[in-house]
Design a binder for this molecule. Structure first.
Ligand code: NAD
Length: 259
C-alpha cells in the first residue's frame, strides 16, 4: 500500500490504544465464501435467507425448510479456511490494541483464525449452532447435518421435536439484545473503528459507524466499493481487505512501546 490514504490509516492505527473492528462478508470472500452485495456476491447468509425467506416463511413452509437443510450440506463455510485478513486481526489483538471484533459474519472464521472468542461479537449469530424455534434449546449444527446426510429431510429438536433452525438472524428476527448492547459499547469506547469488508447497508450494524464517529473515534473504512458511511470516515480505502489488514496490523505502536 503506498497511497496517502494508506499512510493516514497506518498513522491512525499506530497511535490507537483501543481499536474496535467491524467486519462483514467481504472479509471472507478470499476464503471462498461469497458475499451478498459485492460484484461476485450472492446471498450466502443462510440458505433460508437465500431463498428469500423470513422467519415466518421458514416456520410455515416445510418444503422451504427441507431445501434449506439440503443446501446447507453444501455450504462453503464447512471447508473454508481463514485468510490473511482474519489472521491480521489476530495479530492486532496480540499487539494489545484490538479490543473487540464485531462481525456480521456467521462463518466463525475469526475464531478459527485464533481471535479470542470472548472478543468476537457475532451480531447475526452463527451457522455453527442450531436453535429450536419451539423450546429455544441450542445444539450442534454438525450433529444436525449428520442427520441430514444420513437421510433425514428435516432434523427436529431432540428435546421437544420442534422446528430446528441455524442460530443465525433471519429477516424479521430481532438481534440478540446483549450482543447488540456490547457491540454499541465497543463502538462508543474505541479510539479507532476499523471497518472491513462490509457494504454497511444492514442495520443496526451500519449504525455502529456513525455512533463511533460521534463519540470521537477515528473511522477507517476498507471496502472494495463505496459505502453510505464513507462521509463520516477519517480514511476510506477502496482496496482488498486481505492486503490492507496485514499491512495495518504490522504497524508498530507509535512511540515504539509494546503493549
Ligand atoms: P455485503 O455483501 O453487503 O457487502 C460486502 C462488501 O464487501 C461489498 O461491498 C464488497 O464489495 C466488499 N468486498 C468483497 N470482497 C472484498 C475484499 N476482498 N476486500 C474488500 N472488500 C470486499 O455484506 P455485509 O455488509 O456483511 O452484509 C450482508 C449480510 O450478509 C450480513 O448480514 C452477513 O451476515 C451476511 N453474509 C455473511 C457471510 C459470511 O458469514 N461469510 C457471507 C455472505 C453474507
Amino acid at each position: 500500500m503506498a497511497s496517502q490514504a494508506c499512510a493516514a490509516a497506518r498513522a491512525l492505527v499506530a497511535s490507537a490504544h483501543r481499536i474496535t473492528v467491524l467486519t462483514g462478508a467481504g472479509v471472507s470472500t478470499d476464503s471462498g465464501i461469497p458475499d451478498f452485495r459485492g460484484p461476485d456476491g450472492l446471498w450466502a447468509r443462510d440458505a433460508d435467507a437465500g431463498l428469500g425467506a423470513t422467519l415466518d416463511a421458514y416456520l410455515a413452509d416445510p418444503e422451504l425448510r427441507r431445501l434449506t437443510w439440503r443446501a446447507r450440506l453444501e455450504s462453503p463455510v464447512w471447508t473454508a479456511k481463514p485468510n490473511a485478513a482474519h489472521k491480521a486481526l489476530v495479530e492486532l489483538e496480540r499487539s494489545g490494541r484490538l479490543r473487540t471484533v464485531v462481525t456480521q459474519n456467521i462463518d466463525g472464521l475469526h475464531q478459527k483464525a485464533g481471535s479470542d472468542p470472548h472478543r468476537v461479537l457475532e451480531l447475526h449469530g452463527t451457522l455453527h449452532a442450531t436453535v429450536c424455534l419451539g423450546c429455544g434449546a441450542t445444539g450442534s449444527m454438525r450433529e444436525a447435518l449428520r442427520r441430514v446426510a444420513e437421510g433425514e429431510a428435516e432434523p427436529d429438536c431432540p428435546r421437544c421435536r420442534g422446528v430446528l433452525k441455524s442460530a443465525t438472524i433471519s429477516f424479521g428476527q430481532e438481534l440478540d439484545a446483549e450482543v447488540l448492547r456490547r457491540a454499541r459499547l465497543a463502538a462508543l469506547d474505541c479510539d479507532v473503528l476499523l471497518v472491513a469488508g462490509t457494504s454497511l447497508q444492514v442495520q443496526p450494524a451500519a449504525g455502529l459507524v456513525p455512533l463511533a464517529a460521534k463519540a470521537g473515534a477515528q473511522v477507517i473504512i476498507c471496502n472494495a466499493e463505496p459505502t453510505p458511511c464513507d462521509s463520516v470516515a477519517a480514511v476510506v480505502l477502496h482496496e482488498s481487505v486481505s492486503e490492507v489488514l496485514p499491512d495495518l496490523s504490522a504497524v508498530p505502536p507509535s512511540g515504539g512501546g509494546s503493549f
